[in-house]
Design a protein around this ligand. Structure first.
Ligand code: C2E
Ligand code: MG
Ligand code: MG
Ligand code: MG
Length: 290
């Protein structure tokens, strides 16, 4: 590995292929230490209830690696490797525990209840061996389980592992909400929707991107939203970038909107400012002037 070759190993590799191989190895060696060194951070991206302009009291937690030399590394650049190396569970557990602590801090600081959606990898989903027991942790920390949503992909529901189903049911019975992430991009057998109690479908960004121009996207979103309404499931649209996308999605009846149009994922202090200003703006809009 890069470490064994000494600190100057990078200088001898010039081709892109070798460099990418080397940096991959390098990243993996560092990832484990990164958690301990506090380089793994949780960013928060607001989830906006449709038709309320700026109100916000919920967010999705998204992991970032604040690397001392490489700067901010996004999940696409280290999660796939972490998954292959069996490191993803550690990262997910870390993010989850950070989120729980943050929820408690917000309550203690008078910011109040903030709902947070946490991603959990499909990799070894139901296998609890050697990892944090999320339900036990919620209870130990005295957190209202209703403030936490678990985001999973369709693949978890499709595989029908007894372990995965059992874990999901236990979490849901305790009050944790379940969201299906990237909905519409996996193998979409819809039968799991009648077997599992799902709270949210997150419509994948790929259906939102060309929404203004593409009638097929619109038809798909309408169909998903209509079906969800009948099933008592709320729909979240991901990747909302423009005002006209927002308006179309609200007209269709999506319940929640997430995307750069409202805000990017932010470090916690910036997210707190967003919360304060969004909710102040709302109060000014709603309350009659004195
Ligand atoms: P995801 O769960 O579907 O999260 C949404 C992704 O879309 C985030 O990318 C977010 O920054 C991005 N996004 C939000 N709004 C917009 C928009 O308007 N335009 C565009 N172009 N993108 C938008 P991010 O943070 O890079 O995360 C990528 C993926 O990495 C996530 O997709 C999720 O699958 C995974 N991930 C992130 N954090 C965690 C984690 O803690 N654990 C696990 N297992 N996976 C995570
Ligand atoms: Mg997600
Ligand atoms: Mg998503
Ligand atoms: Mg997505």
């Amino acid at each position: 590995a890069a470490k064994d070759m000494g600190g100057s190993a990078f200088k001898f590799y010039t081709t892109e292929l070798e460099l990418s191989w080397l940096s991959r190895t390098f990243i993996l060696n560092e990832l484990e230490a990164a958690i301990e060194k506090g380089e793994i951070e949780v960013y928060y991206q607001p989830l906006i209830p449709a038709n309320t302009e700026t109100a916000c009291q919920s967010a999705e937690a998204l992991v970032r690696w604040q690397h001392p030399e490489r700067g901010l590394i996004s999940p696409a650049d280290f999660l796939p490797q972490a998954e292959r190396m069996g490191m993803i569970e550690k990262i997910d557990d870390f993010v989850f525990s950070q989120v729980c602590q943050q929820i408690k801090t917000w309550q203690a600081n008078g910011i109040g209840d903030v709902h947070v959606s946490v991603n959990r990898s499909a990799h070894n989903f139901g296998n609890q061996r050697g990892r944090l027991d999320w339900l036990a942790y919620i209870r130990e920390q005295g957190i209202n389980a209703g403030l936490i949503t678990l985001e999973i992909t369709e693949s978890v529901l499709m595989r029908r592992h007894a372990e995965s189903g059992h874990l999901l049911k236990k979490l849901r019975q305790a009050g944790v909400q379940i969201a299906v992430d990237d909905f519409g991009t996996g193998y979409s057998s819809l039968s799991y929707l009648k077997e599992m109690d799902i709270d949210y479908l997150k419509i994948d960004r790929s259906f939102i991107r060309d929404l203004e121009a593409d009638d097929n996207d619109r038809a798909i979103i309408e169909a998903i939203t209509g079906m969800a309404r009948h099933l008592g499931i709320e729909v979240i649209a991901e990747g909302v970038e423009t005002l006209s996308q927002k308006e179309i999605l609200e007209k269709i009846g999506c319940h929640w909107l997430q995307g750069y149009f409202f805000a990017k994922p932010m470090p916690v202090d910036v997210f707190e400012e967003f919360l304060a200003s969004a909710n102040n703006a709302l109060k000014q809009n709603v309350l009659p002037a004195l």
